[in-house]
Write a protein that binds this ligand. Structure first.
Ligand code: SF4
Ligand SMILES: [Zn+2]
Length: 335
């Protein structure tokens, strides 16, 4: 297993090290590893054990990230490794995220990644599947090369990264989908075993930097309240702190990982979240349900259909110069 000295750590007494990449700030004893499994104390230094190693690679529709307002209808070369700084109870990708010896892990250098990123009309690279925060060194090196090649970088992330590290990545990353688990610390502790989230501040920093941001919220029975007031809180916070134009994706839960006996979210709850949030936000979408009307984009000014989506089929209906064909309002899309 090749290793590389990591960034963002400090030495402690007794040969321990403290990782300062994410708010968890693990203290790691000699030969131990952090919560994310892939940052280890080797000879009193913090090393990454997943630099240049991937577990997953695919050409995915950009919509699958999900990013609905970023180069609609295109594909993006998507890669991930293993490890994660959270342990969410319904993780879809726990086999790579919460195991440090997944059965498939292949060598993949930044140079190789860039070569694949430019094929098949791909927009660039999405760092996804597990959380790219814990892959910081590889993501940064690769993202620099992707940018040099004139392509785009996308991070699909839980968003809990310390601000210094975020600021090092921000100039390189063009778009983020942040998976917002909840609106308070208790939710993160209960659902993700994460005591000190800073995702809300990270979202504000992303917007301040002028980067494209979309949010995903998985609605989980037993963890989320099924009331209009509850979803109003999400939508209001996004509108007031990030902007009404930030797309919000509400996703239906299906049994997975540690929640195999929890039933799927009732579709009516997803619809309620959509309806309530539309009062505050311009663009709200549903995920993991088949409702093309609630997966499509409408002009916030006149209601004209701007992008029709049926599953991952995308039909762009706004003008080539990015305006509503009916009222001429500029669309909130990166394309
Ligand atoms: S990145 Fe990993 S090792 Fe570092 S603080 Fe977060 S969970 Fe711990
Ligand atoms: Zn319009």
């Amino acid at each position: 297993m090749p290793t590389l000295t990591a960034k963002y750590w400090e030495p402690l007494e007794g040969g321990k090290v403290k990782c300062t990449l994410c708010p968890r700030e693990c203290t790691i004893p000699p030969r131990g590893k952090g919560f994310c499994l892939v940052r280890q104390n080797k000879d009193r230094k913090l090393v990454t054990t997943v630099y240049s190693e991937i577990t997953s690679a695919n050409y995915d529709p950009v919509e699958k990230k999900p990013l609905y307002h970023f180069h609609p209808g295109r594909v993006i070369f998507s890669i991930g490794t293993n490890g994660c700084n959270l342990d969410c109870k319904s993780c879809q990708n726990w086999e790579i995220a919460r195991q440090d010896t997944p059965h498939i892990r292949q060598v993949f250098t930044p140079e190789m990644a860039v070569e694949y990123a430019g094929k098949y009309d791909s927009v660039g690279i999405a760092y996804t599947y597990n959380d790219p925060i814990i892959w910081f060194e590889f993501v940064k090196d690769t993202a620099e090369k992707v940018k040099e090649a004139g392509l785009k970088n996308v991070m699909v992330t839980n968003g809990n990264i310390n601000i210094d590290a975020l600021r090092e990545l921000l100039p390189l990353i063009d778009a983020f989908n942040v998976d917002l688990k909840g609106m308070d610390r208790e939710y993160y502790l209960k659902f993700s075993s994460f005591p000190n989230p800073n995702v809300w501040k990270v979202c504000e920093e992303i917007k301040k930097a002028g980067k494209h941001l979309e949010l995903t919220k998985l609605i989980v029975p037993g963890f989320d309240e099924f009331t209009p007031e509850y979803f109003e809180r999400f939508a209001k916070w996004v509108a007031e702190n990030l902007g009404r134009e930030v797309p919000m994706h509400y996703s239906r839960f299906f049994p997975a990982y540690k929640l195999l006996n929890t039933p799927p979210t009732p579709v009516e709850v997803i619809d309620m979240a959509y309806d309530v949030s539309k009062e505050y936000l311009y663009y709200v979408y549903v995920g993991n349900v088949i409702e093309p009307e609630r997966e499509s984009t409408y002009c916030p000014k006149c209601g004209t259909l701007l992008v029709r989506r049926v599953g991952y089929n995308t039909e762009v209906l706004f003008t080539p110069d990015g305006k509503c064909p009916e009222c001429g309002r500029p669309v909130d899309f990166v394309f």
